[in-house]
Design a protein around this ligand. Structure first.
Ligand SMILES: NC(=O)c1ccc[n+]([C@@H]2O[C@H](COP(=O)([O-])OP(=O)(O)OC[C@H]3O[C@@H](n4cnc5c(N)ncnc54)[C@H](O)[C@@H]3O)[C@@H](O)[C@H]2O)c1
Length: 353
């Protein structure tokens, strides 16, 4: 029997992984205790996605287990042993604003939860491929020191800079900058995942996401910016922009394109590797540009206001350079650009809200 483990299986990336893997493995085992609803209230509730996936895929079994509990997760690993060929670890506390409220909770989910999974993989199925969805927040503050220019609707890096053509690559330092509590707990998970590859020789990989997005994100004010923005456009809820004149730029990768990266890695794993994984130059926008697009697609004016105070740790301009991954896996390419992703999101959400 072949088994794939997916943590955070009711969330955006975990859920997309379940859909992607259901016809490729005999069983897909989900681990998700809906902690997102504790983090973000009812807007963050992911139970609807668990229920949708359970009905759609008969070989998907979801367990409401907390990744912080080594003993509970161990029972699942012991049940499936070496049948587990792939572990996609996408459960996390994902917001830097929220992390500052409860640093201990944030660290235990992001850092302790990750080492629990790595160690259980090492002890029970050491040949399995292990993938961590890390974040560009591990570079925190450093991107904000780049030479940026203010344009009409966005910040843009100076055209003479090495990052101008393709974006920020994996050589940017993750050391000696302010990370936010969340960035620091993700650094711990990121480095430990690399270490299990480099020290123990396991097939581990770290994907440092830009903004990850897709129609099945349970967007909340503190996390899931495009999904939350589109939701506000549809429902008429008010949207608040924090700082940088609304011109801060993020690259956005559709959850399918990211999980398809995982799949390419799974078929030819390179132990301990790190890849930046975002929409790159192919798919990015500023907040103001995203608002224009949401208004165009929904046909409604968004109600929003602007606060001068930026979020601590927010990037002013971040575009991921995915060249390292493309070079290693030349058959991978993007399938979803920004506008088609937003249209898909609109069509999906217009039925849900
Ligand atoms: N969405 C983004 O823009 C983004 C950007 C960069 C990196 N990431 C990273 O990608 C990963 C997935 O993000 P996402 O957007 O799919 O998040 P998400 O919140 O949609 O999904 C995460 C899921 O994990 C579950 N979970 C949280 N803590 C848990 C615990 N202790 N035990 C079991 N389940 C738990 C939540 O209930 C949720 O359903 C995270 O590691 C996140 O940090 C996300």
């Amino acid at each position: 029997m072949t088994v794939a483990f997916v943590t955070g299986s009711s969330g955006l990336i975990g859920g997309e992984s379940v859909e992607f893997l259901a016809d490729k493995f005999d069983r897909v085992i989900g681990i998700d205790n809906n902690l997102r609803s504790y983090f973000f209230g009812k807007e963050g509730n992911t139970e609807w996605n668990r229920s949708r996936l359970s009905q759609k895929y008969k070989n998907f079994i979801s367990h409401p287990v907390d990744i912080r509990s080594y003993n509970d997760v161990e029972k699942l690993f012991k049940t499936y042993g070496t049948d587990v060929k792939l572990v996609i670890h996408a459960a996390a506390q994902p917001s830097h604003d929220w992390a500052a409220k409860e640093p201990l909770t944030d660290f235990s989910v992001n850092a302790t939860g990750t080492i629990n999974l790595l160690e259980l993989t090492r002890l029970n199925c050491p040949d399995a491929v292990f993938i961590l969805t890390s974040t560009n927040k591990v570079y925190d503050a450093a991107p904000n020191l780049l030479p940026l220019k203010e344009l009409d609707k966005r910040w843009e890096i100076d055209a003479t800079h090495a990052y101008y053509e393709n974006g920020i690559d994996e050589t940017m330092s993750i050391d000696q900058s302010k990370h936010s509590v969340f960035g620091a707990s993700k650094v711990a998970a990121d480095i430990m995942t690399q270490e299990y590859g480099k020290y123990f020789g396991m097939k581990t990989a770290v994907f440092r996401g830009g903004c990850l997005t897709g129609p099945n994100h349970s967007g909340a004010q503190l996390h899931g910016f495009l999904a939350y923005l589109m939701k506000c456009a549809i429902t008429g809820n008010h949207y608040q922009i924090f700082g940088y004149k609304g011109k801060q730029v993020r690259d956005n990768i559709h959850s399918f394109d990211l999980v398809n990266m995982f799949w390419h890695y799974y078929q030819d794993p390179k132990p301990g590797e790190v890849y930046n994984a975002g929409g790159g130059r192919y798919s990015n926008c500023s907040m103001l540009e995203a608002i224009d697009l949401c208004e165009k697609i929904s046909g409604k004016k968004l109600s929003y206001s602007y606060s001068e105070t930026n979020r601590i740790g927010d990037h002013i301009w971040y575009i991921s350079d995915v060249s390292k991954f493309k070079k290693a896996y030349p058959k991978w390419s993007y399938k979803h650009d920004l506008e088609s992703t937003l249209v898909e999101m609109y069509n999906n959400m217009a039925n849900r809200f």
